[in-house]
Design a protein around this ligand. Structure first.
Ligand SMILES: Cc1cc2nc3c(=O)[nH]c(=O)nc-3n(C[C@H](O)[C@H](O)[C@H](O)COP(=O)(O)OP(=O)(O)OC[C@H]3O[C@@H](n4cnc5c(N)ncnc54)[C@H](O)[C@@H]3O)c2cc1C
Length: 347
């Protein structure tokens, strides 16, 4: 069976940047991500602007993900999405053995735990599915803003992310209707005011009663709500539905770890500042890592990634350089330099 030098569990900023850096250090790498998409937590706030990642212009987190993915692919790593690692076994012939939910087994010399705070899945919303199938115009985050132009967007929920989507989509959509079952929205006061006093139609104390689907059952055409105060029903025509009902957080990997990882508060691994865990060859990085001075930000995830990859390199080859060469002088990037310059010439 193929043996990877580095297996990265988690395709968030820590995992994606580790993929690039592992390639820079000439190691054979794979990323395994439980979700069908990469980007980790940034998908939760894809419409928010990231300002503090260093060296990039302010940009929506959704776009930032694309840059992370492009960089992660620089050295052609193996990327597996929609596959959850649910078991780590102690060494088999000097390698760690991983099991995934696809029934697959992988061998790896080193393991980078870039699992953030576990897997965040949207709270199941039976109202917005049809016989268990996801409806075409229902989403939890907008990926394609162009597609929202001149649309009637129905947002269900009353927390910060519902407020954020309403605020962001108001200038783009034809109409934004924000419906919440409770009395008061939860979130930043100033933003709630901006939304409730602005062009968004905000409806509180309303229950979802019925949805009308297109004849093929694939899309929602209208949603009927009940205004609890007046006991009156209203049917609202919709083009797009955004559901902001929160997330369930799970970290079964840490619950079931067979290798003796020191996990605390369910989601954190105690590491050294160089990301080393108590198990030689296993490193924890990004939001999953805890050490004095740890920065739980994207920039902190990048810093950890460099330390983890360098430590993995040394673990595999104790004679290797302790730190990688600067990218400006990296031999294995030289062949790509001309392409980069060409891009600048055409911009
Ligand atoms: C609302 C919000 C706003 C933020 N804004 C900013 C900001 O402006 N600037 C900033 O620098 N930081 C910000 N952060 C923090 C930043 O998003 C995190 O620090 C960063 O995402 C951590 O990256 P990570 O890769 O360690 O973890 P994550 O991004 O959480 O990624 C971990 C990945 O691991 C996967 N995973 C977990 N378990 C398994 C498993 N068993 N098998 C396979 N895959 C698994 C998960 O599905 C997930 O994709 C914000 C965070 C939040 C919640």
């Amino acid at each position: 069976m193929e043996v990877y030098d580095v297996t990265i569990i988690g395709g968030g900023p820590a995992g994606l940047y580790s993929s690039f850096y592992s390639g820079l250090r000439e190691m054979k790498v794979q990323i395994i991500e439980a979700q069908p998409y990469l980007g980790g937590k940034l998908n939760l706030y894809s419409e928010k602007i990231v300002w503090d990642a260093g060296g990039i212009p302010p940009m929506p987190a959704g776009q930032f993900i694309q840059h992370l993915i492009n960089q992660a692919k620089t050295f052609q790593p193996t990327i597996r999405t929609g596959e959850k690692v649910n078991g780590i076994k102690k060494k088999v012939d000097g390698n760690f053995q991983l099991q995934t939910t696809k029934g697959k087994t992988y061998l790896t010399k080193t393991l980078l735990l870039a699992v953030g705070n576990g897997i965040l899945d949207p709270t199941p919303t039976p109202f917005f599915t049809n016989e268990g199938r996801q409806l075409k115009n229902v989403q939890i985050a907008v990926i394609d803003f162009e597609a929202m132009k001149q649309k009637r967007v129905f947002i269900s929920g009353g927390g910060q992310s519902a407020i954020d989507w309403a605020k962001t989509l108001a200038p783009i959509a034809k109409e934004v209707i924000l419906v919440y079952r409770r009395e008061a929205f939860k979130g930043h006061e100033s933003e709630i005011k901006r939304v409730t006093n602005g062009p968004v139609r905000c409806i509180v104390k309303a229950d979802l009663v019925e949805k009308k689907l297109t004849p093929d059952g694939s899309t929602i055409e209208a949603v009927t709500i009940l205004h609890k105060e007046t006991d009156k029903e209203e049917t609202i025509l919709v083009d797009e539905v955004i559901v902001c009902h929160g997330f369930n957080q799970k970290n079964e990997l840490f619950e079931q770890n067979d290798i003796g990882l020191e996990v605390f508060n369910d989601y954190y691994v105690q590491t050294t500042p160089q990301t080393k865990t108590v198990i030689p060859g296993v490193f924890a990085l990004g939001d999953a890592a805890s050490y004095t001075g740890k920065v739980h930000l994207i920039a902190g995830a990048f810093h950890d990634a460099i330390n983890a990859v360098n430590a993995a390199k040394l673990y595999i080859d104790p004679k290797a350089d302790a730190i990688g060469t600067v990218s400006t002088y990296a031999d294995n990037l030289k062949s790509k330099v001309a392409t980069v310059w060409k891009q600048y010439a055409t911009e």
